[in-house]
Design a protein around this ligand. Structure first.
Ligand SMILES: Nc1ncnc2c1ncn2[C@@H]1O[C@H](COP(=O)(O)OP(=O)(O)OP(=O)(O)O)[C@@H](O)[C@H]1O
Length: 294
């Protein structure tokens, strides 16, 4: 079900057109990665969605509520790339502040504190927090109102591997709860791990359908040993779609990998390893942005 709608968004800085005719919808439970090089317009797009930019034209609504209406922000929250917290105050002070605005119950606050796992330090002053702890607090603040959609601008910046793993897990939890999430990041590996829906932004335009990844990834079956027939001949006899790269068979994701394994085993082929062959987002990025590296 569509919850957030962006319609014909155009943004100029002076004579420069930064966003051009951008339209899209975010559905309940979408997890979308927004990718683009420096200056492509990712932050401007998020800021425009939050009515933080003056637009040339465009309409942004959540459940038909415009972003010009303060009620919009109950349903759409933002995790900014800048860490803007009051260092003298505690995490709980920040949470109470937001909870008071939206008249939330203590039980709702406790639920968020436990979900994000900040109970042990929520009563300490923010100045004693690490970067990752601050990021957790910001996420707690962003989900207090039970938003339908969260916009995350570079949420993995500056996090150590432990905090990245924790944040990825948290994003998966929020996603499983049906929250629509739009994440802008330069980290393609993290994104590839999190979602199959990647949108690219280029020259102020959004490209989505063109690069939607398949849900299933192909498998790579590595075989060993010498046989009468080549692996290619053997696979042709199976009538299963395939590609062969040296001694590796690349399966077709619409067919079960078991069918390939059964066929190979039946024909006495030794199987050395079976791995999921992940689509390479970096390759797609390089092709899309025509990045040439010598
Ligand atoms: N306040 C501003 N005044 C003028 N131009 C701006 C302003 N803010 C952004 N721009 C320009 O708008 C374009 C898009 O910037 P934006 O910050 O949205 O890109 P981005 O994709 O978020 O980049 P990054 O990955 O570096 O954060 C850039 O060309 C930038 O120079």
């Amino acid at each position: 079900m569509s919850v957030l709608k962006v319609n014909q968004l155009n943004k100029n800085y002076g004579n420069k057109s930064v966003l051009r005719d951008i339209s899209f919808e975010i559905n309940e439970g979408d997890l979308i990665g927004l990718v683009g090089p420096n200056g492509a317009g990712k932050s401007t797009l998020m800021r425009s969605m939050l009515a933080l930019e003056d637009l040339k034209s465009g309409l942004v609504t959540v459940q038909n509520i415009s972003n010009r209406n303060p009620e919009f922000f109950k349903y759409v929250s933002f995790l900014p790339s800048d860490n803007y917290l009051y260092t003298q105050l505690t995490g709980y002070d920040h949470i109470s502040f937001v909870a008071n605005i939206y008249d939330l119950e203590k039980s709702e606050i406790d639920e968020v504190i436990d979900l994000i796992g900040i109970r042990t330090y929520v009563n300490q002053a923010v100045k004693s927090y690490s970067y990752g702890m601050r990021q957790h607090l910001l996420i707690a603040l962003s989900i207090l109102t039970k938003p339908l959609v969260i916009l995350m601008d570079e949420p993995f910046n500056g996090l150590d591997p432990t905090s990245i793993i924790e944040l990825k897990q948290l994003i998966r939890t929020l996603h499983a709860q049906g929250i629509g999430i739009l994440i802008s990041t330069h980290n393609l590996d993290i994104l590839e791990d999190l979602t199959n829906t990647i949108w690219f932004i280029k020259d102020g335009q959004l490209f989505k359908n063109e690069i939607l990844l398949d849900v299933n990834d192909p498998y790579q079956i590595e075989v060993s040993g010498h046989y009468e027939k080549t692996v290619e001949q053997l696979m042709t006899d199976s009538h299963l779609p395939f590609q062969v790269i040296e001694n590796r068979i690349l399966t077709d994701p619409t067919y079960e990998v078991e069918k390939y394994l059964e066929w190979l085993i039946k024909n006495g082929v030794q199987i050395k390893s079976v791995n999921i062959s992940k689509k390479n987002l970096e390759e797609m990025y390089k092709n899309f942005y025509e990045v040439n590296i010598q």
